[in-house]
Design a protein around this ligand. Structure first.
Ligand SMILES: *[C@@H]1O[C@H](CO)[C@@H](O)[C@H](O)[C@H]1NC(C)=O
Ligand SMILES: *[C@@H]1O[C@H](CO)[C@@H](O)[C@H](O)[C@H]1NC(C)=O
Ligand SMILES: *[C@@H]1O[C@H](CO)[C@@H](O)[C@H](O)[C@H]1NC(C)=O
Ligand SMILES: *[C@@H]1O[C@H](CO)[C@@H](O)[C@H](O)[C@H]1NC(C)=O
Ligand SMILES: *[C@@H]1O[C@H](CO)[C@@H](O)[C@H](O)[C@H]1NC(C)=O
Ligand SMILES: *[C@@H]1O[C@H](CO)[C@@H](O)[C@H](O)[C@H]1NC(C)=O
Ligand SMILES: *[C@@H]1O[C@H](CO)[C@@H](O)[C@H](O)[C@H]1NC(C)=O
Ligand SMILES: *[C@@H]1O[C@H](CO)[C@@H](O)[C@H](O)[C@H]1NC(C)=O
Length: 421
């Protein structure tokens, strides 16, 4: 829960109190006061500071998007290496709607939904979201991955009939939030009935959840930890007890007294897994000491380097016998669509992926994910969640626009930076 003014004040007061303590005056009494205050104010229950920042984040949350424009589409179809240019940022306000259908349960948990809505911010963007670019044709690229091989002849004729190709001109708004696709319309309904597609379609008007989290009233060290998501205490995407674990919070806050020697776990429904941050450094923001936790390279490494990740390796061919790093197969949680997530510009991913495309330049500063946590309260004061959405496809003789490709592709469509300001 990024802090609002009152929350900043509290954190400030805590720090103030701490300074007094360190000044050597109030050591035993101060400790009790501080602990008493935190245990009370960090509980997710009406009237607390934590509650106020939990319902709707105290800070404003934006999503900045960079779209990947393909500058040589015709050549790629004939076997050339794709040349990409990122275009952005296009910024949307998100997470501004209060959590909905909140129920305080009798067992010290809270049930709720997180509603989704994105509102374009022209003054924080390089242009209108009607700006058009040449981007991957999502439906055409994904078709061989979701449609049975015996219908690929129909797919090929639908592509031709609708004048579609592997690439298309689309506006930023369409790519992100959805558009009716002429190729899908040319496909018989019994094969695919939903004719709309888009990277985040559907978004506006949907809600994520239900989530059940601990309110911390009985045990403050459990506050905000997720115990159920979609009525289950584990996921069902990875067919493995470890990879299916729902760990930690949603990263908006963590239980108080954050220990920099421990990992901070959090769950993100968008990446369909739990992940963690590791302590990187301590710094001061507006006079408040914060710990920066970053998602490390190891969290996305191949099972070769990080055996824990064995169950995130789902495809021996695509992952080159589980030696590939830095991409996460979301097919099981995206209804079979060949969507793969990575860090922006394939930061920390295997060279063979990066080498198949031109125009990408990963760097840690711009592309890593971090949360800056106030260690006493566990409140997240600042964060940047960064990820890239890619579509996997391979050469196939059955579809003309895919028949001459240079190789298989983990093809980037867009990357995003979600920040709390
Ligand atoms: C929230 O509750 C309302 C009223 O009971 C219901 O109509 C709505 O479907 C619920 N929202 C979600 C996301 O379940
Ligand atoms: C607590 O109560 C809620 C709502 O009845 C339920 O979904 C949840 O499973 C219960 N227990 C725990 C540990 O989450
Ligand atoms: C989502 O809905 C809001 C409120 O109706 C609207 O302002 C916004 O433009 C919509 N966003 C998109 C991407 O359609
Ligand atoms: C951008 O415009 C919105 C209103 O549409 C305003 O609330 C916001 O403060 C502006 N932001 C900047 C950075 O100018
Ligand atoms: C496809 O292009 C051809 C020739 O340019 C045109 O005659 C036809 O109407 C187009 N079909 C569609 C569905 O746009
Ligand atoms: C979940 O958390 C436990 C510690 O509570 C940890 O051992 C495990 O590695 C985590 N699992 C995942 C998938 O992050
Ligand atoms: C991609 O297609 C080629 C043949 O066109 C094949 O040799 C290769 O195994 C395929 N790769 C995957 C991951 O299926
Ligand atoms: C994967 O392992 C199999 C069996 O050991 C081997 O035949 C194949 O060449 C390996 N593929 C790659 C891409 O390393």
């Amino acid at each position: 829960m990024c802090c609002n003014k009152k929350c900043w004040l509290i954190a400030g007061t805590v720090i103030g109190a701490l300074l007094v303590i360190l000044g050597g005056v109030l050591i035993p009494v101060g400790d009790i006061i501080i602990n008493g205050e935190i245990d009370k104010e960090a509980v997710i229950e009406e009237g607390t500071i934590a509650y106020e920042n939990w319902i709707v984040p105290g800070s404003t949350v934006y999503r900045q998007f960079w779209i990947f424009h393909v500058s040589n589409p015709n050549e790629v179809i004939e076997g050339a290496k794709p040349i990409l240019q990122q275009k952005g940022p296009y910024t949307y306000l998100v997470r501004h709607l209060p959590k909905s259908n909140i129920t305080q349960n009798t067992n010290n948990t809270v049930t709720f939904y997180q509603p989704n809505e994105a509102v374009f911010q022209r003054n924080m963007s390089i242009g209108s979201d009607d700006d058009e670019y040449t981007v991957l044709n999502l439906a055409v690229a994904a078709a061989p991955g979701i449609i049975s091989e015996m219908f690929l002849g129909i797919v090929d004729s639908a592509i031709k009939q609708s004048n579609s190709s592997l690439f298309q001109k689309r506006s930023v708004r369409e790519v992100l939030w959805g558009y009716r696709d002429p190729f899908l319309e040319a496909i018989p309904n019994f094969i695919i009935s939903d004719k709309t597609t888009g990277v985040f379609y559907p978004y506006n008007g949907t809600a994520d959840g239900p989530y059940v989290v601990f309110n911390g009233k009985d045990f403050i060290q459990k506050v905000a930890l997720i115990t159920r998501y979609k009525r289950q205490s584990t996921l069902s995407y990875w067919s493995d007890d470890y990879c299916d674990m729902i760990n930690g919070t949603d990263a908006a806050s963590f239980p108080p007294s954050v220990d920099k020697n421990l990992r901070l776990y959090f769950f993100s429904s968008e990446i369909c897994r739990s992940i963690y941050g590791e302590f990187e450094k301590e710094y001061k923001l507006r006079g408040i000491k914060l710990y920066r936790f970053v998602v490390p390279k190891l969290a996305l490494a191949s099972p070769l380097e990080n055996p824990d990740n064995h169950c995130f390796c789902t495809d021996l061919l695509i992952s080159r016998n589980c030696t590939g790093s830095g991409v996460l197969d979301l097919r099981a949680c995206q209804g079979g669509k060949p969507i793969f997530l990575s860090m922006p510009h394939f930061l920390y991913a295997s060279d063979f992926i990066l080498d198949s495309l031109d125009g990408l330049s990963p760097n840690i500063e711009e592309h890593q994910t971090f949360v800056d946590v106030e260690p006493i309260t566990g409140f997240t004061m600042h964060f940047a969640k960064r990820l890239q959405v890619n579509v996997y496809f391979n050469r196939t003789d059955k579809i003309e626009v895919l028949s001459k490709l240079q190789s298989e592709f983990m093809f980037p469509v867009v990357w995003l930076n979600e920040v709390g300001i």
